[in-house]
Design a protein around this ligand. Sequence first.
Ligand SMILES: Cc1cc2nc3c(=O)[nH]c(=O)nc-3n(C[C@H](O)[C@H](O)[C@H](O)COP(=O)(O)O)c2cc1C
Length: 222
Amino acid sequence: MISSSESSKRVGLGPGLHCIVSFSEEFREQFRELLVWRRDVRRFRPEPLPEGLLDTLLELTRLAPSVGLSEPWRFLRVESEEARAAIRIEFETANKEALAGYSGEQAGLYSRLKLAGLVEAPVHLAVFADGGTRQGSGLGRRTMPEMLEYSVVSAITVLWLAARAHGVGMGWVSILDAGRVGAILGVPREWGLVAYLCLGYAAEDSCVPELERAGWERRSAT
Ligand SMILES: Cc1cc2nc3c(=O)[nH]c(=O)nc-3n(C[C@H](O)[C@H](O)[C@H](O)COP(=O)(O)O)c2cc1C
């Protein structure tokens, strides 16, 4: 068995910068653990994140891939109580409408699901795709313009994993009217909402998705 120091090869890129060009078995096992234990979190402890941690996570997120290297993600931290309250009302409205689309037992189950941690989460991030960006000069988007949004999704996935690696839980809230959220937050017209994220310390850890624990859906076997 090769030790982790032998198998993680680092290449110097100048003062303080190193690039690891291979990863150890130990790292791969830990990476698997990270994937297993990443959760969509809706139940948060109330304490804030330590100073600077959100910046660290967003720095890591910038390493995500993007079509044409367009980096179209725009992260907006929502701090005002007024805006947060308006978003909560939007969620409640959209969630009520979603509930109306189910009936019988499934409606009962849906009504008991917790589908957002908007009240408890110390950090709210609205994430947009900037449709007006010139960065990347349109490379890769001529035939599939939706690649811009997909790039933002890839960044959100990086943030999700980076957050979990730092012990921080993240929940994705999509039960919202994207246009109305954009209007509440006063963002430019070209910015389209991709996600509304809640971050904070999880009230509990689990390696099973909450929707599976609640009996709504199961992960497929393979
Ligand atoms: C695009 C996207 C939108 C989602 N929107 C919501 C949402 O509005 N509310 C919610 O509770 N979970 C939402 N989720 C979380 C999923 O329900 C969750 O990822 C899934 O049940 C698997 O659980 P896990 O992430 O803990 O593995 C969303 C996830 C994705 C990828």
